[in-house]
Design a protein around this ligand. Structure first.
Ligand SMILES: CSC[C@H]1O[C@@H](n2cnc3c(O)ncnc32)[C@H](O)[C@@H]1O
Ligand code: ZN
Length: 430
């Protein structure tokens, strides 16, 4: 057996306690063999974690990873205007190679900030599959379909593509890649297409993932046209089941929160995107109190503007308190749970906890920094004070993806150069 030892750190356990311990990993199986003090000093390889906090790799449960290319391309507009005036025209001009380049840059960014798995909705998914395979990360990927503004044949083609992509790539990269059928939202995809997407997804044993209840502009027309709230509509469409997960859930009322809790549908909270686009404040504490599975996501880098899940934890805690008008709401331990086990449960990927027998998806955080001193409470530091750049090593599926801040699976500087060239060329075209 080929083993890796993460040695000498403080380990965050699933009950949010912290213990001085080594983590011993079976690199062939990609799983954790043992957690405890003084483990096998003869391991085949060692990662030094002295002075470090060893945590589960973070799980970014809603993202558009290739949108790193559009970081800073269009800012300071509300969602609908931003998408229609800037983002969709730019995306229409992206080539598959651009998507590949944007994805590689985003994957580097994730690895460098301790994220080990993510869920992603975009197009040209085969490019993203290849990039994820090379990166060593774990992901749930899907093709995002939009049917509004298309004739019937094109609309069905787009839905078919989402279903085909989900079938073709589920289990790729030795099982690190799983898929979902991903209709973009309840307002940008027509009813008959949504219904078919849900049936085909569940027949293929994969979830449906979509944007929902993100802005009040989107909720109003559904209520006016259908006489029911968006999540009652989603339930009627068969896309509010235990396996499905939705992004945002900002404008959800108490009945919709009960629907989510009863159905077991995951909600991915994206606080930075919701603040930047002024979409609103999700009632996160209410959802947690009701027993909804809540994960955390960055959304795309054009509405965030980075893929750092530490920023997202801090934003979630701050915004959650403001939304609840209660400083005790959405506490440090809650956001750490949301960014790890909550996200993993929402998108149904392994990980999110350091447990013997569980997958070896790990982030090692260097605590030797002024902003992490004094080390009064390391869970508090994770939620409020740590930055992605404090991550020293990243391990996914037992493989070291970053050692001492050097990304081993992708070429960081080439990814940056290619992205700069790609966006310059894109700006010439649009
Ligand atoms: C058709 S692939 C996914 C699609 O989603 C767009 N997008 C990015 N951020 C958001 C958001 O916050 N709400 C809705 N849609 C979003 C992205 O630009 C792609 O076109
Ligand atoms: Zn999104």
């Amino acid at each position: 057996m080929d083993t890796l030892r993460i040695a000498g750190g403080q380990v965050l356990r699933p009950d949010a306690t912290i213990e001085d311990a080594d983590v011993l990993i079976d690199r062939d199986a990609g799983t954790i063999l043992d957690i405890g003090a003084g483990l096998d000093a003869d391991a085949d390889a060692t990662l030094d974690a002295e002075g470090c906090l060893v945590t589960p790799g973070l799980v970014n449960a809603h993202c558009h990873v290739a949108m790193t290319l559009l970081r800073g391309y269009a800012d300071d507009k509300p969602l609908d205007t931003w998408l229609r005036e800037d983002i969709w025209p730019a995306e229409a001009a992206l080539t598959p190679e651009d998507v590949r380049v944007g994805a590689e840059l985003g994957l580097v960014e994730m690895i460098k900030s301790g994220t080990t798995s993510f869920a992603d909705m975009y197009f040209d998914v085969p490019e993203i599959v290849d990039a994820v395979e090379k990166s060593g990360l774990r992901a749930r990927l899907g093709h995002g379909s939009v049917t509004i503004g298309k004739d019937e044949a094109d609309a069905w083609d787009d839905i078919e593509e989402s279903i085909e992509v989900a079938r073709e790539f589920d289990g790729a990269a030795d099982g690190r890649i799983r898929t979902a059928v991903m209709p973009h939202s309840l307002t940008t995809v027509g009813e008959e297409y949504l219904r078919e997407a849900a049936v085909e997804a569940h027949d293929s044993d994969v979830p449906v993932h979509y944007h929902a209840n993100e802005t009040s502009d989107e909720v109003g027309p559904i209520v006016d046209d259908r006489g029911e709230r968006p999540l009652a509509y989603a339930q009627d469409l068969g896309m509010l089941t235990e396996r499905d997960f939705l992004a945002h859930g900002v404008h959800v009322d108490d009945e919709e929160i009960s629907l989510l809790a009863d159905a077991g549908t995951g909600v991915v909270h994206c606080p930075a995107s919701n603040m930047k686009l002024a979409s609103g404040m999700a009632p996160v504490q209410k959802m947690l109190d009701a027993g909804v599975t809540v994960g955390l996501g960055t959304d795309g880098a054009a509405s965030n503007n980075d893929l750092d899940m530490f920023d997202e934890m801090r934003d979630a805690a701050m915004l959650g308190k403001l939304a609840a008008d209660d400083a005790s709401a959405v506490a440090a331990e809650d956001v750490v749970h949301m960014a790890t086990a909550g996200s993993a449960a929402a998108i149904d990927l392994p990980g999110g906890a350091l447990e013997v027998g569980g997958v070896a998806d790990v982030a090692v955080i260097d605590l030797d920094a002024p902003h992490l001193t004094p080390a009064n409470d390391l869970v508090s530091h994770l939620a409020y004070a740590t930055r992605g750049s404090d991550v020293r090593h990243t391990v996914c599926d037992g493989q070291v993806l970053m050692r001492d801040r050097e990304v081993l699976t992708l070429d960081e500087s080439a990814a940056m150069d290619r992205a700069s060239d790609a966006i310059a060329a894109l700006c010439e075209r649009v």
